[in-house]
Design a protein around this ligand. Structure first.
Ligand code: ZN
Length: 138
């Protein structure tokens, strides 16, 4: 399934191509990051200097490249939240993806019509907190 990722604040499309484009912010540094649009793939392309500075366990703030607002989840502050749309089924309600913003912590949750799906080796640590949550109204 190909997914369109959108900013939940301004609705801009964040993956005009195969990569999801975000701004990463850590300490005093900002850079462009390109992420895989495939859920559960964690290879990230970014500025090498930024990559060296951010250490395992550091929380990175991800921002929308269009409206520059923070994409950090209000409910789960160590997670980033994006809106997701299935381009083949635009009539369906938009879903939500949450991924950990902690460096090297691989945990992603997809909330959509068919329920919740978890991706990443560390997802199990958060499942109780993030997956059993009937608050997204579909
Ligand atoms: Zn935005």
């Amino acid at each position: 399934m190909s997914i369109s990722y959108h900013c939940p604040k301004c609705d801009a499309l964040l993956n005009p191509n195969v990569r999801v484009v975000l701004i990463a912010h850590h300490a005093n540094r900002r850079c462009i990051v390109l992420m895989s649009s495939k859920l559960g793939e964690y290879q990230v392309i970014c500025d090498k200097g930024f990559d060296l500075e951010v250490k395992k366990g550091d929380a990175v703030d991800f921002l929308c490249p269009v409206c520059a607002q923070s994409l950090t989840s209000e409910k789960h502050e160590t997670f980033t939240e994006l809106k997701v749309v299935d381009p083949q089924h635009r009539d369906r309600p938009a879903g939500l993806v949450r991924f950990s913003r902690v460096c090297d912590e691989h945990a992603t949750f997809l909330y959509h019509n068919d329920g919740v799906k978890a991706f990443g080796e560390e997802a199990g640590l958060f499942r109780d907190n993030l997956a059993i949550e009937g608050d997204w109204g579909w």
